[in-house]
Write a protein that binds this ligand. Sequence first.
Ligand code: 5GP
Ligand code: MN
Length: 329
Amino acid sequence: MKETILRIGEKFKKADSIWLTSHIRPDGDAIGSLLALGLALQNHGKQVTMLLSDGLPANFRYLPGSNKVVKKADPGSAIRVAVDCSDIRRLGKSVNENDQLDISIDHHITNVMPADLNLVEPEEPATSAILAKYMPEWGMQITADIATCLLTGILSDTLGFRTSNMTPNTLRLGAMLMEKGANLPDLYQRALVRRSFDAARYWGFGLSRLQCEDRLLWTSLTASDRNEAGYPGRDDADLMAVLSAIDGADVAVIFIEQPDGKVKISWRAQPGFDVSKLAVSLGGGGHPAAAGAELGGTMEEVQSIVMAATHLLIQNSNGTTRKKEEPSA
Ligand code: 5GP
Ligand code: MN
C-alpha cells in the first residue's frame, strides 16, 4: 500500500490536467473528498475538472470550490481519478462503465473499481480521512478551504464522530483540520443538523409508513412523496438518521423509488450485523454498518426480495444489540 501511496503522489506531481469524480446521489464524504482534492491540485497549478453526474446538491453549495463542479465533461487526456466510489457503475451516466481509471481513493470494503492505482483503506471511516492523512505526504498544503471540505466529509460519514468505526486517529485528524481553519460547530450544524422544510415534510411520508417486524425496521419513499413535499433530491433526505435512532431493531432499511423503474435500497446495521455482503449480493456495496444497492422492479417486487434476504441475515447473525437489551438473570 505504501508503494501505491508514493505512486499516486508521483502521478499527481507529473500531471498537467486532472479529471476528478465521485458517486451518484453524492453525500458529504463524496463531495468533501472531491472538492478538497480538486482545490489542492488547483493550488499546485493543475488544470482540474470536478464532475458529479448528479451535480452538487443545494445543501452543500456553501463549500469552497462547489461552484466549479460540472455535471458533464469528457476527461480527454487528463488523469482520471475517482474518490469515495467503490464501483464504476456508481459514477453515473456521465462516465463510461467500460473505462479504466488512473487512480481510485476509497474506503469501501466492497471496492471493485477498475483503476491502475487503487488506494482502498476500509478501516478508515471516510475517504476524506484518507486524504487528510496523505495530502501532506503528497506535498499538498491543507488550506482552511481544504480543511473545511475534509472535515465535512469526515463528519458526514462518521455522523459527527460517533459511528462504530471511529478511531482516536480520526479525532486527531479532526483536531488537525480545526487547527488548519475548519469551523467544526458550523460544519456540524450544516452537514448533520439543519434540514430543509421540504426534507422534513418528505420524512413525514416515510415515517407514516414505518414498520418494525422481527427487529427489522423499514419504510419506503416514493416519487409522489417527493412531489408533494417539494423535495428536489431522489435520496432519503437523511431520513435514515431518524430511523437509526430508534430502539428495538438490528437493521433498518429504506426503499426509495427512482426514475426508470428502479428502487434504491439503503441499509443500516447495529454492530454484529454486516449488511455490506447482502448489498453486494444484490449488485450494490458499502460498509458492514451502512450499505446500499439499486434494483430494477416495482416497489413491491423489490421489497419482497430485500425483506426476505434481510430477515435471513438478522436470523443468522450474532448481533450485540439484542443481548444488551435482554434483562440479565
Ligand atoms: P446510502 O445508504 O447512504 O446510500 O449508502 C450507504 C453506503 O453504501 C455508502 O458508503 C455508499 O457509498 C454505499 N452504497 C450505497 N448504494 C450503493 C450502490 O448502489 N452500490 C455500491 N457499490 N455502494 C453503494
Ligand atoms: Mn465515504
